[in-house]
Design a protein around this ligand. Structure first.
Ligand SMILES: Cc1cc2nc3c(=O)[nH]c(=O)nc-3n(C[C@H](O)[C@H](O)[C@H](O)COP(=O)(O)OP(=O)(O)OC[C@H]3O[C@@H](n4cnc5c(N)ncnc54)[C@H](O)[C@@H]3O)c2cc1C
Length: 434
């Protein structure tokens, strides 16, 4: 039976899953699809600047696969997971249509076998994925969150694989939790740290650093917040215009965030004191290293070292097939979302769209062995901007694909009251109610 593997169950991976289920509704051949993801649900990572200081908001932002209305033929979990498999095991749910990840009813076809594995891929070798049934070890993770037990390992063979494993950031900006209860505790931990700190230093003025600085200052105006950024303007996104960047700086100033531009942190002392390259000494009760992000691609790099752009993104064709730096296409390996080297702003929307298209292409490949039905990246959006930032809940700026700027648009501010949870999750057939 042809087998497709999806690595990562966030925006890109769920887009791929959706398009495969949709395409498979009338399948006459059998198809086997496995999703590997360490979390037991999808977290609206857009809301992380608020989630790290509001555990209840964080909990709302996580939709467990238990209530996602996608039905699996098999489910493999880590030990002792509070997850009611009966709710989503096909054997317990008859021929119910899939609704989650689709926002429409997709009818059950017994020819499609769906498998969920709660783990992370550690290597791709000879069309086999090595998978650890355990949590990912993320950047700057406090010791108490490091796994203590060694994880079980399994092999998953595939004919085609879709890589949608995105990026890792430093704790707590990329939470480790697999379930809503774990997340509530993890975010209570970060909330306590923020509340206890009189002065917080945020390093890196990308979207995350800007929104986090805005959130902290908005929630706790009495606290000192310093944002350190190595360039003259922020965010560093090259496809965004100067006017957008000037406005963001003004928003931060309005909130009382101290912004230090054109400087970097040279050293971080044991007592938390930070020394910059231009000789400033900054005391800090709490430091967020928002400048760190790493593509989750180690599992690919082991055996495919030459498929990376200089910035670490995976080289892909416009049909999302991975290719080498010499241009050789690895036809059965697709990559989408944040880690794909495409000239698009990295957004959840693009990750989802790319995932849908790569899902289509993987099915065409394994069932029809034909690239004729492949879908391609939407070329008219390549090299275009498109970004929306909220700086402290009451200030927003958006640059659309046409380069038009919208400042404090009431619709945008409304949408970002919950960081798009209410508008985004219905795309996946999910609701925010627990
Ligand atoms: C603060 C912030 C604000 C943002 N605001 C917006 C916004 O307003 N609008 C917008 O559209 N976008 C926004 N984005 C960007 C958006 O969140 C990303 O573009 C999107 O999450 C990318 O989706 P993805 O599926 O490629 O990767 P990710 O969302 O990073 O998901 C990757 C998944 O893969 C899993 N994984 C990782 N490694 C492995 C492995 N080895 N094996 C198996 N699974 C693995 C992870 O657990 C994760 O679930 C924002 C991002 C941040 C950080």
């Amino acid at each position: 039976m042809p087998r497709i593997l999806i690595i990562g169950g966030s925006f890109g991976g769920l887009g791929a899953l959706k398009s495969i289920i949709k395409k498979a509704q009338n399948l006459t051949q059998q198809l086997d699809v496995t999703l590997v993801e360490p979390k037991l649900g999808i977290l609206n990572i857009l809301g992380i600047p608020k989630a790290v200081l509001d555990p209840e908001f964080a909990a709302e932002s996580f939709v467990s696969f238990e209530r996602a209305n996608v039905y699996w033929d098999t489910i493999k979990l880590q030990e002792d997971m509070p997850f009611d498999t009966k709710k989503v095991l096909r054997s317990e749910n008859g021929d119910k249509p899939h609704i989650g990840v689709a926002a429409e009813e997709l009818k059950y076809n017994p020819n499609l076998k769906l498998h969920f594995v709660q783990g992370h891929v550690t290597e791709l070798v000879n069309n086999i994925a090595k998978v650890k049934i355990g949590k990912l070890d993320k950047g700057r993770l406090p010791e108490r969150y490091r796994p203590t037990k060694s994880a079980e390992e399994v092999d998953i063979p595939y004919d085609s694989v879709i890589i949608a494993s995105g990026r890792t950031r430093n704790w707590p900006l990329d939470p480790l939790s697999s379930t809503v209860e774990e997340l509530r505790k993890e975010m209570a931990d970060s909330t306590a740290q923020i509340k206890n700190a009189k002065k917080t230093v945020i390093i890196g003025g990308g979207a995350l650093g800007i929104e986090l600085a805005g959130e902290i200052k908005h929630q706790f105006p009495e606290k000192e917040v310093v944002l350190v950024h190595p360039h003259a303007t922020l965010p560093p996104e090259p496809l965004i215009c100067d006017r957008f960047k000037q406005q963001v700086l003004e928003f931060l100033n309005n909130l009382g965030v101290e912004v230090l531009l054109n400087t970097r942190i040279k050293t971080e002392q044991a007592d938390g004191v930070l020394v910059t390259t231009d000789g400033r000494v900054i005391t800090s009760d709490l430091t967020f290293w928002c400048n760190y992000k790493k593509n989750n691609v180690d599992f690919l790099a082991k055996n495919y070292p030459n498929v990376f752009a200089p910035n670490g993104d995976i080289l892909v064709t416009h049909q999302y097939e991975v290719k080498t730096d010499k241009g050789n296409v690895i036809g059965n390996v697709f990559a989408v979302g944040d880690l794909a080297d495409l000239p698009l702003v990295k957004t959840a929307g693009w990750a989802y769209r790319e995932g849908c298209q790569a899902g289509n292409n993987a099915v065409e490949l394994v069932l029809n062995k034909d690239r004729g039905g492949y879908e391609s990246v939407d070329k008219e959006y390549l090299e275009k901007g498109g970004m929306l930032l909220v700086v402290g809940m009451e200030q927003s700026i958006c640059e659309d694909f046409l380069g038009q700027i919208f400042i404090n648009d009431p619709e945008h501010l409304k949408m970002y009251e919950d960081y798009r949870l209410s508008s985004m999750f219905p795309t996946y057939g999910l609701t925010k109610e627990q």
